[in-house]
Design a protein around this ligand. Sequence first.
Ligand code: PAF
Length: 283
Amino acid sequence: METLHAVHEVRERIAAWRRQGLIVGFVPTMGNLHQGHLSLVQLAGERADRVIVSIFVNPMQFGPQEDFDRYPRTLERDCQALAQGGAQLVFAPDAAEIYPAGMNQGAVVDVPSLAGVLEGQLRPGHFPGVATVVTKLFNIVTPDLAVFGRKDYQQLLLVQRLVRDLCLPIEIIPGSTVREPDGLALSSRNQYLSAGERRRASALHDTLVAARRRIIGGERQWLEIEASALGELRSAGFDPDYFTIRSARNLQPPEPGDAELVLLVAARLGRTRLIDNVSVELE
Ligand code: PAF
């Protein structure tokens, strides 16, 4: 496995793969890789001849009060894991390579219908930051397919929409959320949790599962289900930003006839903000 830092080197390598007629799969990441990321790499490898993984902590998607500076940077360990995990190429640029004109980005990619709700409402500028960097990375890597985890459901939907609306010839493949035995979704941010917080953190998934059970059992009083989930989270020591039941299609409140729903939660445990979601299909 090779690690490249410059855009022009990546373009050359991909061009050589293309001349050989190889299918290129891409997994964009911010590094500090865990089993969840490696499962996305594996999925890409099942569909592509070559897998490229980018590792770039994207300043444009972090708000001023967020954890950009303390976000863990573990390139050497990540590369070892990726070499064993089946990637052929790592693209680890620095900020000047991705933002040559600095952070006063003239052109910005936005998907307003999805960027303005939930995470986007609470983290203004986050999704334009994600959409812009993902578009840049797509333009550099020109993959045939790219894998995004369901753990960041809003991001997955936004990227699917971006690709469709901008006619990018890239297949977006959703990867399943990988969980700890107690249900906590793997996330680079889990390592911020103290031992006591970690013990309580599984309540996030428990609450989603309990709400999903009520829906499967026939309840349709969304507000009531949301309110009791918020209460359960508070009792478990969380400070929730939202717990909400939405259409899986567009993240709007469910309408009669919506058969595919997603339950999404964002909550703080101490200083750590965690997000998670589960899907539910109505009969
Ligand atoms: O999900 C992430 O790690 C990031 O948002 C992404 C897609 C790599 C863009 O920076």
